[in-house]
Design a protein. Structure first.
Length: 110
């Protein structure tokens, strides 16, 4: 199942990049948001222990919210991102870059 997910994600990123080049002459930017572990309403609640463990894997030590995704979208829609085109913005609390530290995350002091 991971192979299909990875292929689909790579395909979407490629479509964003292709469309960004094709639409740029018309002053249209094309970008994507790749959300990480986001807390959303579910049929069954996740046990607190599992939530705590999931948050401990993230450098920011918390799960993301739908507001975090919305703020990323607002940024991409704003004039602040007028020169951003063809990118996928990872909104994941640093999860992807955390894998760069094989010894584990540094201690959190806050």
């Amino acid at each position: 199942m991971r192979g299909a997910y990875g292929a689909a994600k790579a395909g979407l990123i490629s479509v964003v990049q292709t469309m960004a080049v094709e639409w740029a002459p018309h002053n249209i930017s094309v970008n994507a948001i790749a959300p990480g572990h986001i807390v959303t309403p579910r049929l069954f609640d996740t046990p607190r222990r599992a939530e705590g463990y999931a948050a401990s894997l993230l450098p920011v030590r918390r799960r993301g919210t739908t507001d975090d995704i919305g703020k990323a979208a607002l940024f991409l829609l704003s004039d602040l991102a007028s020169y951003v085109n063809g990118t996928t913005l990872d909104v994941d609390g640093g999860l992807l870059v955390a894998n760069l530290f094989p010894q584990g995350l540094p201690a959190h002091n806050g």
